[in-house]
Write a protein of this length. Structure first.
Ligand code: FES
Length: 163
C-alpha cells in the first residue's frame, strides 16, 4: 500500500513536465502564427488591384487567364481598327498590318466599356474620353490614365490568346 504513493507522485510530476513543455510549444506556435498571419493579411490588401485569385468576380478574370483564346482568327480585326470583347472586357487592335495589341476595354475614368476603335481612337460613350488604339494612351479626357495593356500571342494560324 505504501508503494503506490511514490509512484503516483512520480507520474504526476512527469505529467506536469509534459504539460509545461506543451504550453511552451503552444506559446511559441501562437507567436509564429501571429507574425505570419499579420504579414499574410497585409499583402493582398495592398496589392488588391493585381491579385488574380480569391474574391475577384468572374468578369475580372481576364488578367489571369494566361493561354486563354480570345479570338480564333486575327483576320476579324481590321487594320487600323479593332474589336471589343465585351465578355472579357478587352479590346484587341491592329494599328498596322500584322501588329496586334490588346488593352483593357474598361475606361480608366469611371469604368464604362470603350467603343471599338475607329480612326485609331477608342471612344468612351459615357463622358467622351478617347484612347489611342496603338498604345492605349489618353487622347482626350476626362480620363487621365491609359488603358492597361494585356500581353497576347498571335499564333501562325491567327488564333489570339492571352500570353
Ligand atoms: Fe469613360 Fe467617363 S467612364 S469617360
Amino acid at each position: 500500500m505504501t508503494d503506490t504513493h511514490p509512484m503516483s507522485d512520480t507520474a504526476s510530476a512527469a505529467r506536469r513536465t509534459v504539460l509545461a513543455a506543451g504550453a511552451a510549444a503552444l506559446a511559441g506556435s501562437t507567436l509564429a502564427a501571429c507574425g505570419g498571419g499579420g504579414g499574410g493579411t497585409e499583402k493582398p490588401a495592398q496589392d488588391s488591384g493585381s491579385a488574380p485569385n480569391a474574391a475577384q468576380s468572374p468578369g475580372e478574370a481576364s488578367g489571369s487567364a494566361a493561354g486563354k483564346v480570345l479570338m480564333k482568327s486575327s483576320s476579324e480585326i481590321p487594320v487600323g481598327g479593332g474589336v471589343v470583347l465585351k465578355e472579357q472586357k478587352l479590346v484587341v487592335t491592329q494599328p498596322t498590318a500584322g501588329s496586334f495589341r490588346c488593352f483593357s476595354a474598361v475606361c480608366t475614368h469611371q469604368g464604362c466599356l470603350v467603343n471599338k476603335p475607329e480612326n485609331g481612337l477608342m471612344h468612351c460613350p459615357c463622358h467622351g474620353s478617347e484612347f489611342q488604339a496603338s498604345d492605349g494612351a489618353v487622347a482626350k479626357g476626362p480620363a487621365t490614365r491609359p488603358l492597361p495593356e494585356k500581353k497576347i500571342t498571335v499564333a501562325s494560324d491567327g488564333v489570339i490568346s492571352l500570353a
